[in-house]
Each structure stands twice: as structure tokens, then as C-alpha cells.
Design a protein around this ligand. Sequence first.
Ligand code: 5AD
Ligand code: SF4
Length: 446
Amino acid sequence: MPAKKVFIKTFGCQMNVYDSERILEALVPSGFEETSQITNADLIVLNTCNIREKAVEKVYSELGRIRKMCDLDSNRSKKKTIAIAGCVAQAEGNEIVSRAPCVDVIVGPKSYHMLPSLVARSELHGRRSVQIDLTYEEKFDALPKRNLAHKASAFLTVQEGCDKFCTFCVVPYTRGMEYSRPVEQLVNEAKSLIKLGSCEIILLGQNVNAYNGKGPYGNTWSLAQLIDTLSKIDGVKRLRYTTSHPRDMSDDLIQSHSYNKKLMPYIHLPFQAGSNRILKAMNRGHTSKEYLQIIDRIRFANPEIAISTDIIVGFPGETAAEFDETLSVVEKVGFAQAFSFKYSPRPGTPASEISDHINETEKTSRLHALQSILKEQQELFNKRCIGKTLSVLFERKGRDSNQLIGRSPYLQQVYAVAPDRMLGCIVQVKIISATSGSLFAVLQDE
Ligand code: 5AD
Ligand code: SF4
């Protein structure tokens, strides 16, 4: 029987990218293979995100486009099955079923392992289903082993969900409470990823440093202990982790950066805002001083480390002076990379009920002011690398002939002229120039 084709479109964060990979791997045993052409697909999966902006509307407009495309395609006798996965599915499941009759299956972040059976039920009996009520434990126990060839750098979700309840954030409502996967399961998955071609593993979690999974003797392990164990696996050459919360930045994790050579010198540590009043209104559980003290402890353990962050501008009630306090934290830290966002009210979150919203023009102007400083800092960090020898993991081909693109230990994008056989390899290069976005290098032995 010819393979059935699945088209998967992924929105949002790295955790959704990981979920999409596992969705595909779960569908393979039922005879599916991936297609990049939506028109060829028998099954379309939209893996959705609702962290910011008008996520729900985006899903409906995507569905509108798909419906049009399916109508164009209506001379084909076979109907396409449409599934919605991810955080919008979790938050709006039943609503989607009533508003979009073309959708056949809804699965949440804890239940996408059910997709193969729900899709089969829909294909055979025309039954529409919503499955959003399971647990992470059930999902990870049920998913098949990693089974598809893998890129040099692989994601591995070790922790999901969040109990922090920042007042602006939907994650605790869509991904639910924190869950850490058991150590043994993660060691096995890491070994599979290495066998499938990876040498760098990026450990993922909404609060990855809150990891407290069950160890081999039933005791609880920290992220630092997990990292130590994973770095001893043959073939694991690089480890990274993201995203961390300042409240969970424990000493053992910070110390790992001083001795573990496989742990890359990069920490993504969101601080969100510089004003203590705003941090309190955000329910962040830390002050700006505490954040700066954590940065000092990290830099004491490893002075070379690259620090990255997330920042929100225009939280309800944020004054111009309070925004200046955000700029002041930025000036004090000196970030290697940063992601900055205009506050966007998310339905159901406490912050969306605060009436004192900042107007769009003001938010935009604060964002521009912030981003211009962040860009300067990123450029400075990159320019400081000129003349240095760095290791680069080449991940893909560039646009120019003989050009490869990879990542430095500090997660900078590095371009170099290098032969294709170096794809997937870690190679020493000398940095010859830099912009705010990239480094340019030559192979060390040239
Ligand atoms: N508005 C703007 N940015 C947000 N983030 C999360 N929720 C919101 C929101 N409602 C940002 C935070 C978080 C990152 C993943 O997305 O900075 O760290
Ligand atoms: Fe959202 Fe805050 Fe949890 Fe991060 S820590 S996922 S911002 S609630």
C-alpha cells in the first residue's frame, strides 16, 4: 500500500518543534510519511501556539486557507483529515470543533500520542474527536522510540508545564503543571538520538531548571545531575538547556558551567522587566537585584558565558521611568542575545484584567529603544570573538557554494567555506569578522 502523507505545520517555540517530530514518529507505524506539499497530504496537522498575539484567529485563518485549497482539490475523491494540536487546541478545543466543521481531530500537548488512533477513527467512521485530558506521563509512556534520522542538533523535552503563574502568561493553563520525565527514559531517548545521527542535545522545558525527575533509585534528580549523566553518554558532544527561570537557578547547575566541558557556555535566563513593582505585578518571584546577583554567580563560575534573555515592554501600568529600569538592567548585564516582546493580553490571564493598558504606539517606541541597545550589545559580543578560534557544529548548507552554517558554543550563527563532508561535524574555525547577527570564519587549518 502506498504510504499516506502527512503535512505538519509548526507554530511557536522549540517545544512545539520537538512535539511535531514526535507526532510524525508516532504516525510512521500507521503508514504515514511526511510531505512538505500540503496539497499532497492525506492528513494535515497544525501544531499551534498561543503565547502571544491573536493565536486563535491565526488558526482559523489558516483553516480558511486550507478549506479553500481542499475545495480546489475537491475533484480528488479522498478527503483530507485535519488535526489541530498544541496549545490553541488545549485552550480552545471544543470551541474549534463548533466553529470549524472541517476539523476532524483535536489533541492537546499531553495527548498527541493518540493522533494515530483518532485519525484512523475519523478516516474509517467519520468520527470527530477532542482529546485534551490526559497526562504527560501517559503520553511519554505511549510514544514510540525515536525512529527517524536526526539532525546534528536534537531537541529533547525533559520537563513540561509551569507552576509559576506569571500573570501575563498562558503556559500554566495550556501546558498545565510542571512534570519532569524520569532519568532512565531520558537517557534512553538521548542514546536513540545519538544513534540516529545527533551529537548535540538541547534539553527543553518551559522551566527546564525546575527539572526534578525520578532517578534510577527512586530519588529525585536535579537538572545538573541529569546533565552530568547525559554528558557521559558516548557520542554526546554538546549539551544545552532552555528555558531557565531565575528562581530555579541552583548552585549545582551554575557550577556545572565551570567544569562540564560538554555543557555549552550559554544560558537563556528571562528577566522580563527591570522595575520591582512590575516584576511583582508579573508575579515573577524575583527582584531586579536578585536577577543581577544570579548573573554575577553565573559569571563567577564561568566568566566567558553568553547570557540571553526575554523581556516584555508595556506591561499594564508600566511607566516611562519603570521602562528605563528595564534598560538599566540591560546595560548592567550586557546580553549576548535577547528576545523582546510587546506585552500582549492573553485571555484568561490575570494581567489581561488590569485596565491600565499601554497604548500600541508607546509599546512600539519602547520596543524599538530596547532593541537598538540589545542589537548593539549583541554586535559587541560577536565582535569580541574576532581573532578567536571557536568550535562550530555545522548544521546546514549556506546559500553560497561550498558554504556551511553552524553554531558556536555561544549559539552564534557561524558562516564558513567548508566541504559538505563537515556537515554534522564539530570543527575548529577562526573568526575573521562579525555582525550583530552572525560570525564569519575560516577553517582553522587553512
Ligand atoms: N505578552 C508578551 N510576551 C509574552 N511572553 C509570554 N507571555 C507573553 C505575553 N502575554 C514572552 C515572555 C516569555 C516568552 C516565551 O514569551 O517573555 O519568556
Ligand atoms: Fe510563563 Fe512565567 Fe511559566 Fe515562563 S515561568 S512559562 S513566563 S508562567
